[in-house]
Design a protein. Structure first.
Lengths: 595, 166
């Protein structure tokens, strides 16, 4: 209607027409446009009315929501999906807004949860440490191994005096769960089913045993778990306790139930199956959730003492044996180093193995023997010795004796670089010793002034001049004659030594020749001469007293008196005697006699 | 979330436990296991715009030797009567239990299901009988725990009726 007219359109008749004409126009317009005009008017009114309605609804919206919310839960149910959607959308788009909004709540809550968890962990850890060394702890370890549960859990179960794990607040008539709280460590099954079954059990017991009114099942006990049941007029409060519940706990549960029934009387009266009205009982129920452990012992268990004592004695014993072993080793090392004729260059101990290296005089003792005497097995000793000549006086003298090999009648003595020979020796040995001794290491001087040097010829001559006189008719040596024996024996000993070193296989024969004067029968004289020869031979020690000398007894024939020894006939007294005749007999039946 | 306690009542071996198993777990077993005492199951369903958790008490089947314990009924917001279509007497038992429940609980919502509809040809309960019950204001369902027919509808209808009555 308000559209602009085109420039070639004729001027409006409305402005120029008469009133009658205007009326006719109006009638015509009404006839033609009446329905559209009516609709237009209605639309205009609706727009105006909507603005008014929004304004008016906005004014009462808060009050309306509050009133509707009090009536029932439908408003909540209607708004819940939209609020959830709006919240989800808001979190996705601008998460920081929600984060900032809930930070004041979440911060303390998270901190409290962490502290709670750490406290629980520390308590559990302390319990575990406390019992890890005791006899009881050992038994618990076996139990943990047997049941496959962690050791900490077993310790916790055994040291727990009691722990209230769960509380069920149950509507008495319906058996429906009103609220449930539990400790952090509790194993929670479907609490609504548990609640229902508890009510069923309660009813079963009451019906079965036909109990009086007010007498209800108030305790269930299974293993370490006990269920305390308090029944009120409106609700049942069931308390799951692990361990031995103290007496005050039932009273506390009872008081809690009574206070809840009192404070929530309206909620109980209006209960239609919606438990949200009892959410506020949470804190009150949580006061009953508590844990109490056995008081930790302040004294150390005997087992711990015994363990510490055992460790202490073991360490002490180990230290003492180590010290002893070390001292013993030091002493052994010192003794080995001090051994004459030994120069130690390496002496090491590696565990049980011992390594010895150095120089060793062949005459020196073996250090391995010393170690073996100390109890060290020979297979643990590795010894490598390089031979050398030690100038220790002990070895110089011994070495000289070994090399010079003096006769038994001669003795070598070493002192401070000087080797002294004494006693009696053959001339050839004396000459040999004099030549060699000066060449021996460690000997600076050789002295043999005290050595009596004898030759075989001298000895034989002296022996051949020997005679033992007898009384007439006697074959017994007088005291005076017996005194001659010792010098003769020395001569025989020297001759024996001479015979031992002699070469060429010659045999020296000492003949003891008996004799008698011509008075009396010849046969008697012969027997007497024989007895005298045997008497002297026996006095000298017998035929084999001086090996390899051969001693024999014989008789000077009367016809050959003195001839056997190359002498001449003499006086009768001179013939009452026994003489010695030394002859050297060659191996080839050739004999030679001394002059 | 609203919780409601309901009970299943019926004679011996009418299929109460099977109906619950079908509804809660969607399963069925041919093997018969008698219920001793009571077992309780839980199922949450959406009725209208509201989540409702049903605490379903499966009471043992009443027979000549076991009588229903009234104490198990106490606090129920509704109940389901179960009859076996192949045994006429189970309907009589259901009616008797209905009387007991009404006297214990008062006029709470209830529904009747005649079970074992999968063997309809062997039924002893005729449609006229069911019509009479409907005429008396009963909500009557026929269904089968074995096939699942009518089971969900049964529980949903009872739930809605209970919510409406609240």
């Amino acid at each position: 209607m308000n559209q602009p007219r085109s420039s070639n359109q004729p001027p409006s008749t409305e402005t120029t027409a008469s009133p009658q004409l205007r009326q006719e126009w109006a009638e015509l317009r009404t006839l033609l446009l009446a329905p559209e005009q009516t609709q237009l008017t209605e639309l205009r009114d609706r727009i105006d009315q909507t603005e008014i309605d929004a304004r008016s609804v906005g004014n009462v919206l808060a009050e309306a929501i509050a009133l509707r919310g009090k009536q029932d839960e439908r408003l909540t149910a209607a708004l819940t999906p939209h609020v959830q959607t709006a919240l989800t959308s808001s979190v996705r788009r601008t998460p920081h807004v929600i984060a900032e909004a809930i930070a004041p709540i979440m911060g303390p809550a998270i901190r409290q949860a962490i502290v709670h968890a750490l406290q629980g962990m520390m308590q559990s850890f302390n319990q575990t440490i406390d019992h890890s060394l005791s006899l009881k702890g050992l038994a618990w370890r076996i139990e943990a191994w047997r049941t496959g549960r962690p050791f900490a859990e077993v310790v916790l179960l055994h040291t727990l005096r009691f722990r209230v794990e769960q509380l069920f607040l149950i509507h008495r008539d319906t058996g429906l769960l009103l609220h449930h709280v539990a400790s952090d460590t509790a194993v929670i099954h479907d609490q609504q089913l548990v609640s229902g079954m508890l009510t069923a059990i309660q009813a079963f017991v009451q019906d079965t045993f036909n109990t009086q009114r007010g007498q209800t099942l108030n305790t269930l006990e299974v293993g370490e778990c006990r269920l305390l049941i308090e029944q009120g007029s409106q609700a049942i409060l069931a308390c799951v306790v692990r361990g031995t519940a103290p007496g005050y706990l039932r009273a506390q549960v009872q008081q809690t139930l009574e206070s809840i029934q009192l404070d929530y009387a309206d909620a109980f009266a209006a209960f239609d199956g919606n438990p949200s009205g009892f959410d506020a009982t949470h804190d009150r129920l949580m006061e009953c959730i508590q844990t109490q452990y056995d008081t930790p012992r302040t004294t150390i268990s005997p087992m711990t003492w015994a363990t510490f004592a055992l460790i202490f004695f073991a360490i002490a014993f180990w230290s003492w044996t180590s010290y002893q072993s070390n001292q013993r080793w030091q002493r052994m090392a010192q003794n080995i180093r001090a051994m004459p004729g030994i120069v130690v260059t390496t002496l090491e101990r590696d565990g049980h193995s011992i390594t010895l290296e150095g120089l060793r005089d062949p005459l020196a003792a073996h250090p391995e023997e010393l170690l073996a005497e100390e109890g060290i097995p020979r297979e643990h000793i590795n010894a490598h010795w390089t031979p050398f000549y030690s100038l220790d006086p002990q070895f110089v003298g011994e070495r000289a004796t070994l090399l010079l090999h003096p006769p038994e009648t001669a003795t070598l003595h070493y002192n401070d670089g000087r080797l002294t020979a004494s006693g009696t020796a053959q001339e050839n040995w004396a000459i040999h010793a004099r030549q060699v001794a000066a060449l021996l290491p460690g000997i600076h001087e050789y002295r043999d002034e005290d050595l009596r040097v004898v030759s075989r010829a001298d000895l034989i001559a002296q022996l051949n001049r020997t005679s033992f006189s007898f009384e007439s008719g006697s074959s017994t040596l007088s005291e005076q004659e017996l005194s001659k024996l010792a010098p003769v024996q020395r001569l025989l000993e020297d001759l024996r030594q001479s015979a031992r070193v002699a070469s060429g296989g010659a045999r020296i024969v000492v003949e003891v020749i008996g004799d008698a004067d011509p008075a009396g029968p010849e046969i008697m004289n012969f027997l007497l001469a024989t007895a005298r020869a045997h008497a002297v031979l026996a006095a000298l020690g017998g035929a084999t007293a001086y090996p390899p000398l051969t001693l024999s007894a014989s008789v000077e024939p009367t016809s050959l008196t003195g001839q056997k020894r190359g002498g001449t006939a003499s006086t009768p007294n001179a013939r009452r005697r026994t003489t010695l005749l030394v002859t050297i007999k060659q191996a080839v039946s050739h004999s030679d006699s001394a002059p | 979330m609203i919780q409601k306690k309901i009970c299943l009542l019926g004679g011996f071996a009418v299929g109460k436990t099977s109906l619950i198993r079908r509804f809660v777990a969607g399963a069925f077993s041919e093997q018969y296991q008698t219920t001793i005492g009571v077992t309780i199951e839980k199922k949450t369903l959406l009725a209208g715009d509201q989540d409702v958790t049903l605490m379903i008490w499966d009471l043992y089947g009443e027979d000549d030797f076991q009588k229903m314990r009234e104490s198990y009924l106490r606090g129920s917001s509704g109940y389901i009567l179960v009859a076996d279509g192949m045994r006429r007497t189970t309907l009589d038992t259901a009616e008797a239990l209905h009387q007991l429940a009404q006297s214990t609980l008062g006029p709470v919502p209830f529904v009747l299901i005649v079970n074992k509809a999968d063997q309809l040809t062997e039924w002893e309960i005729d449609e006229a009988t069911l019509a009479r019950l409907r005429h008396n204001g009963w909500l009557v369902f026929t269904g089968s725990a074995k096939t699942g027919d009518g089971v969900s509808e049964l529980f949903l209808r009872l739930t809605q009726t209970m919510l409406d009555a609240a």
